[in-house]
Design a protein around this ligand. Structure first.
Ligand code: NDP
Length: 312
């Protein structure tokens, strides 16, 4: 346990957090970054990143985040593996605690806590969590070699997960609630070209079944119409890929959120409703949610912090 004083506390270690750390370190602000629950953030549980400029051949997400971290450390960012557990926003410097007992006095805070996978909210997801239900194909796909799996969702994440699983599993069902995919055209084409991916359009999941783990899913097609039809599919793995929820619990109720739960930032900057607190990356971005935009916001937050400190 330590008492730490810093000009800038950064919470989170995805592209936004590390970019903020690189910029604030180079501005001589000696930032302290707490990595949080998932060091490296969501990119460490994705497959290859093909759309981040500078990597013409693509790069593995974990490797890219290790490089971000190395770059931040090179300029002197103090990177710690713990989790920030509470913050007193009532006065500056903000007094924060970490789960290892560290006490941190921070002149400014950059929140870059990202977002976490959403679940459908079915009781069976809880019942079978870790027993066939997962929100991360790259983490758990290995267990389903030559088995049948389902992926729920119609966005880029769902397509990416389905494609990854199709290289391991014998068959992949992609369960899509609408009659079309929301994913980018290139991802749609890849999924449609894969022989062992079967897309179930207009389909919702009602429940899961199985003795000691998932053995199948109860589905409904054309729910609420006169074509409504209930049926089951046999699968050993059930993967969720229906979007993400911003990680804001720690900052409520003080920080203002928009109506979908993302931290509100003001006037085209990363400033939040609390002076000296800034937000960057997926936790504050309901629209773009890309690694590159998160990194860009991390840079903006660092510049906003630097200006704020000059003015105060
Ligand atoms: P999205 O919000 O884009 O898509 C979520 C999908 O899940 C939609 O098809 C949505 O259906 C469906 N869905 C949501 N809630 C439910 C529910 N309760 N039941 C059934 N289906 C549901 O999230 P993603 O995680 O796919 O992508 C987020 C962002 O990240 C996007 O901007 C995406 O482009 C980007 N991304 C880019 C990648 C790349 O370029 N390689 C890879 C991964 C993500 P509906 O369409 O009906 O709303």
């Amino acid at each position: 346990m330590e008492t730490i004083k810093t000009k800038c506390l950064i919470i989170g270690s995805g592209p936004a957090g590390y970019t903020a750390a690189i910029y604030t370190s180079r501005a001589n602000l000696s930032p302290v970054l707490y990595e949080g629950m998932q060091p490296g953030g969501q990119l460490t549980i994705t497959t290859d990143i093909e759309n981040f400029p500078g990597y013409p051949e693509g790069i593995n997400g974990t490797e890219m985040m290790a490089q971000f971290k190395q770059q931040a450390a090179r300029f002197g960012a103090d990177i710690r593996p713990n989790i920030i557990s509470d913050i007193d926003f009532s006065k500056r410097p903000f007094l924060c605690h970490a789960d290892n007992g560290d006490e941190i006095y921070a002149d400014t805070i950059i929140i870059a806590t990202g977002a976490s996978a959403k679940y459908l909210g079915l009781p069976d997801e809880e019942k079978y969590r870790g027993m066939g239900v997962s929100a991360c194909a790259t983490c758990d796909g290995f267990f389903y070699r030559k088995k049948k799996v389902a992926v729920v969702g119609g966005g880029d994440t769902a397509c990416e997960e389905a494609l990854y699983l199709s290289t391991l599993a014998s068959e992949v069902y992609l369960i899509v609630r609408k009659d079309h995919l929301r994913a980018s055209k290139v991802m749609q084409r890849r999924v449609m070209d894969k022989e062992n991916i079967k897309i179930l359009f207009n389909t919702n999941t009602v429940g899961l079944f199985g003795e000691d783990g998932v053995e199948g899913a109860h589905l409904v097609r054309h729910k609420g119409t006169d074509q409504e039809e209930y049926y089951d599919i046999a699968v050993d793995g059930f993967f969720l890929a229906i979007g993400h929820q911003p990680n804001t619990k720690l900052f409520e109720p003080e920080l203002e959120l928009d109506n979908t739960g993302y931290i509100k930032t003001f006037d085209g900057t990363t400033a939040t409703n609390i002076e000296g607190v800034f937000a960057a990356g997926d936790v504050a971005d309901p629209r773009y949610r890309q690694a590159i935009t998160a990194a860009g916001m991390g840079c903006k937050a660092a510049i906003d912090v630097d200006r704020f400190l000059l003015e105060h």
